[in-house]
Design a protein. Sequence first.
Length: 747
Amino acid sequence: MTVTDTHTEALSFFQDFIIAAEQRHRQTGTLYGTKPAELLPAARLNLPPPVAVQVVNLALHDVCHGSRHWSFKSAEEKLIVQLARRHLPYTAEDAREIVGRLARYPNPAVLPTRALLTSLLVGLGRDMLLSSARSELEALASALGHHTWADARKLHSFVAELLHDGPSGLHLDADVWGARVLPLLDTLSEPVQSAWTNLLLHCASASGNTPTKAWLTEAQTRMDALGDEHFLPLATTWLAQAVPGGRAVPPAEQAVPARHPDLYAARNADLLRGLAWVSGLVPDAHLAAVLGDLALAGYRKVSGHGPRSVKVAGACVAALQRLPGLLGAGQLLRVAQGVQQPSYRASLDRVIEDIAQRLGLSREDLEEIGVPTFDLTDVGQRDVLLGDTTAEVRADGRTVQLTWRNEKGQPVKTVPARVKREFAAELKDLKASAKALEKVLGAQRDRLDGLMMLDRTWTFDTWRDRYLDHPVVGVLARRLLWTIDGRSVLWHQGVLRDQGGEDVTPSPSAEVKLWHPVLAPLEEVRAWRERLEDWQMVQPFKQAHREVYLLTDAERATRVYSNRFAAHVVRQHQFNALCAARGWRNSLRLMVDDEYPRPPGNYLNTVCAPSTGSKASATSTGRIRTRRGRTCVWSPIRCVSTVWTPRGIPRMRAEGVWADLALPESGGTGPAGGRAAAGAERSVAGCRPVRGGRVRGERPDMAGWRAAGAVPAVLAALQLRGSGRDGADPPGGAGPAAATPEDRGTV
């Protein structure tokens, strides 16, 4: 059969197929799900192989460029898939034409791309296909790389594997991670490269949420062949390269550019998952810190995509959970504090609870004794001798400094050249340790700030071991005020001192807890502020200078609600971010809620204070107006209520919740009508009052409602229920205020 005869027969067949499809479409109205055998007899579909190749080209051209109904394309794609299953005699020109047409289509993943590429591989072989259509395949890979949905990622990995020429069958996509680690393979010696590649091949086979025993056994065998002396530096380096930061890889350097430069390719994510599982078999503090960083990076949201890679983050969590003792617990606690998504945080909490139960500890005790020490020899200090040069690590509560001294003890501004040359590995580990220490200090600072809302106490000996003399936590604890047997103290010049500067020597069984200004008289708060200034001490977070919120006489009279926030404007998206940082639940109001207000009593925004046994519900059941990026909430009923559990809660715990719900405007008129404290920081949510009269953009009926007194509370009517004395400090107060005995106790 000549080429002309082949083309003529193919064209005739395709015309018959289209005619049959049009008749079927007129009868049924659609061709979706219609198989080729339902349109033409089986004998007609049994085409000679050369004719089938031409039909595939014609059908693909019509799918990509035709203007028929979309269901016609569905029938044509089924025809292509059916013909592509046969062993067809493609030529190099056919390969270039088919792959090029796929690459030029806006979304090749919706076409039968996988079936066509597989058919080309069977008909031509890999070498012939690459030699004839490599440039078209690279263009196809680039087109697929701009799509992040599952089918596109799988096709993208398939094409990348087809184009890959890596060693010993190891396939890595040159994404943000692959482009960094691929050159590292060439720096290894041949035996190490062979053993490392063998282990990576096993890591690439990882699947599921947790590894099986057989998989871990095989991994351990391959790790033994590599040796711990090679595995630790290689695993630490390769995993650290997956944490975004440093030099970004330009899209031009990525063989298969992703839609977002910080996303992992599907194949690389599988390999990272396996490598994280393997790393959980080696108890090493530095490697555990890298796993914690990678878990945080995996959970972190990427704009327009969601979490970077839950798969990789979950593998790191599983590896940390497998580590013995407290080695992984400290990193998991740090990850849990840095994750904001409720579902992921809940799963992390379950893992931490499992570890605590395994060790026979409570969650609170695990958080306190699970803090790593980073080999610090004293509180916030570590000296490392490298030759005749001394490296000094110093932590001051906010930053970690790495300084140098020469053999004479004189400070050196930069790292000595001899240290860089002779102690390169030790220098790298020292810098990594200092960086990890700074991250842990930040996590502990947030944890201690959260303790301000809790009524946790310790005996003096326990507190001294876990806080005051702890090499890491002591950096923060020695800058905070504590209450020992009812007497407020602060660490200064090696001893505990009270506000008058007198030394305090507690008994081993003395009760210790964090000092809170809401429970202290005004004179004591002022005295400590002056003492901190005299001693030139900067606290890790606001404690002595913390704003407190006390009840007004009107609120004591009403007992169950407050109108402080009536008609206030809230930036709800910033408030939502605040809730996420606090671990609270919150729901944003949409513009459609303006036309479809919910019935009174329905909660649109719910905020939960964790680990407090109480709930603060911020609700809005009225109408909304969006002006200049702000959402103004109007309601004829109480919109925000704070409902405490019947058993009551400590005052300082309530004060912490109210402080976040207060949202005063810096320097302006606060919700209670008084001036905010000088220097008070503007809250994240940026709540501000609506000035009297009709607000610009407000509907006339809204102004009428307010004038008639039908808006008693917008965003904060506070219902205080439960046992104990009068309610918690309502928001709106600023600066220290004397907490009377009647104010203390529970809400």
